[in-house]
Write a protein that binds this ligand. Structure first.
Ligand code: FAD
Ligand code: NAG
Length: 460
């Protein structure tokens, strides 16, 4: 068991950082540890991937380890008194309809079978064998795709056990604000605003804290990087984690449309990655879960001065958000995909314009597993990242497991999933996230798409 640090600095206050900070305050071993959380922007961060109108909460993973962990998270989400995370409308159990064109994605059938097995009760998950069954389940008038399944509480009459599977969604920003309030009210955490520009290394390559500017430093016994898609700018994670941009398009609704769509389930198309979460506050969101766009930038290798890599330039993908450019444009390729999805999923809205669009950045690992581990060669540094587009649902439980990992008590199978992979293991991987759930085209580069759009624009 590693010694209990007397000070812990958590960089980043998204799902990973904030839940970890709170979990430390709940552990008696850390009662005398000074806990600091720093984020580059005031909470809630305007471009953090944890902050948005909605996030899907579902337990139907094809990997039983994540399925069980997500089921544990969902047990908490389903508690809906005002004092619970899932209360006051922060969690809604709408059910989820997953569709795909048969034969296109083996992942879908695998997770369907897995959910059925885990449930031990077929009623919790319904196979939708054809288009008309899908149409009936989604209640939006849309429904192409020829195979799907529905997970919904309303359709099963028996009392389900811990492992029951049902799906819903959370108001992401409201949930994060709730947890931030809970964490602040412990009076154990110092929250700071500032950007970590680099790690402070000792001559032996231990991490001693972070630099905020040439003259300003923060020191800690243990530094935890929970910096989401920005993490590769602070430590070399090539082949292990990279930022990929995903598109989000928003459409305002009339109050009548809001009312009629509020009982729709989440509608997710595994064949093209597009999904629609039931609207709230007269805003409908169409999003895409895909390989996404990379945003290659060249920086100085953030490895410590003592290593051969120091002072070498490396090219990595990092987020480019509305923080960097307030009027951020989204590639027309992404908007067109959302449009196609809207037409087939909610035909009555097919002619309505999106009024805003933005990019949201995943921290993708090659396998889609999180990266939650002590750094193998820099003592004093812990990584809590690699959300790979599916981290939000674990908000109620991930901090506890991260604290376990810090203390060396995280058990398999999660420890095995979240470990640091050897150079041999990652060799030959091209960095794409091959978690089985991604559709769309791999290898899209944001800048190239924008240049293509600019050319098209100047011609027309
Ligand atoms: C469009 C989209 C849809 C998603 N949908 C789902 C879903 O339906 N279900 C689900 O479970 N998950 C979903 N996810 C994934 C989930 O949202 C993420 O896995 C999770 O939010 C990641 O949290 P994080 O703490 O790693 O990152 P973030 O929330 O991005 O937090 C990182 C923080 O670090 C700060 N930071 C960065 N660099 C520095 C620095 N140098 N110094 C100081 N602070 C810094 C940032 O300001 C930010 O607040 C989705 C993600 C996106 C983008
Ligand atoms: C899902 O995507 C596939 C592939 O793009 C498409 O053929 C199908 O019509 C889509 N289904 C829905 C319901 O949008």
């Amino acid at each position: 068991m590693p010694e209990v640090p007397s000070s812990i600095l958590i960089v980043g206050s998204g799902v990973f950082g904030l839940s970890t900070a709170y979990a430390f305050t709940q552990r008696p071993e850390y009662a005398n540890t000074k806990i600091t959380v720093i984020d580059r922007s005031p909470f809630p961060s305007p471009d953090g991937s944890s902050i948005d109108t909605s996030r899907i909460i579902r337990a139907d993973y094809s990997d039983p380890a994540y399925a069980a962990f997500a089921a544990e998270a969902q047990t908490t989400w389903r508690k809906t008194s005002p004092h619970d995370l899932g209360g006051e409308g922060r969690y809604i159990e709408s059910g989820l309809v997953l569709v795909c064109n048969e034969g296109m994605n083996p992942y879908v059938k695998e997770s369907f079978e897995n959910v059925r097995t885990m449930c031990g009760y077929e009623g919790a998950v319904h196979e939708l064998p054809d288009r008309s069954a899908i149409e009936k389940a989604v209640k939006t008038g849309g429904g192409s795709g020829n195979w799907g399944y529905l997970t919904q509480l309303l359709l099963c009459e028996i009392e389900l056990t811990d492992l029951d599977q049902r799906s819903g969604w959370a108001d992401a920003q409201a949930s994060m604000i709730f947890l931030h309030h809970l964490a602040s009210s412990t009076n154990r955490i110092t929250f700071l605003i500032g950007t970590a520009t680099s790690l402070i290394f000792s001559p032996s390559s231990s991490v001693l804290g972070v630099n905020l500017s040439p003259s300003q430093q923060l020191h800690a016994d243990l530094t935890i990087l929970a910096t989401g898609a920005w993490t590769p700018s602070l430590i070399d994670l090539r082949g292990r984690a990279t930022a990929t941009g995903q598109t989000l398009c928003y459409l305002p609704l009339t109050s009548l449309e809001q009312a009629s769509l509020s009982s729709m389930p989440i509608f997710f198309n595994m064949s093209d990655g597009c999904f629609i979460i039931p609207p709230r506050n007269q805003i409908l969101k169409v999003a895409r879960h895909a390989y996404g766009y990379s945003n290659p930038v060249t920086i100085r290798n953030p490895s410590p001065p003592s290593t051969a890599a120091y002072e070498k330039q490396i090219t990595i993908s990092l987020p480019r958000t509305t923080w960097d450019e307030p009027q951020q444009l989204v590639p027309s390729e992404g908007i067109a995909a959302s449009r196609t999805a809207l037409i087939s999923m909610i035909p009555s809205l097919s002619t309505r314009a999106f009024t805003s669009a933005r990019m949201c950045w995943y921290t993708d690992t090659p396998t889609g597993d999180f990266l939650i581990t002590h750094h193998p060669s820099h003592s004093g540094l812990f990584l809590a990242t690699g959300g790979s587009g599916h981290g939000f649902k674990f908000l109620p439980v991930i901090g506890e497991r991260i604290v376990d990992a810090v203390g060396g008590t995280l058990e398999t199978p999660l420890r095995e999933r979240w470990r640091w992979r050897s150079d041999e293991e990652i060799e030959g991987l091209n960095g794409d996230c091959e978690d089985g759930s991604r559709s769309g085209q791999p290898g899209l580069v944001l800048r190239e798409e924008m240049e293509r759009d600019a050319k098209k624009g100047s011609k027309s």
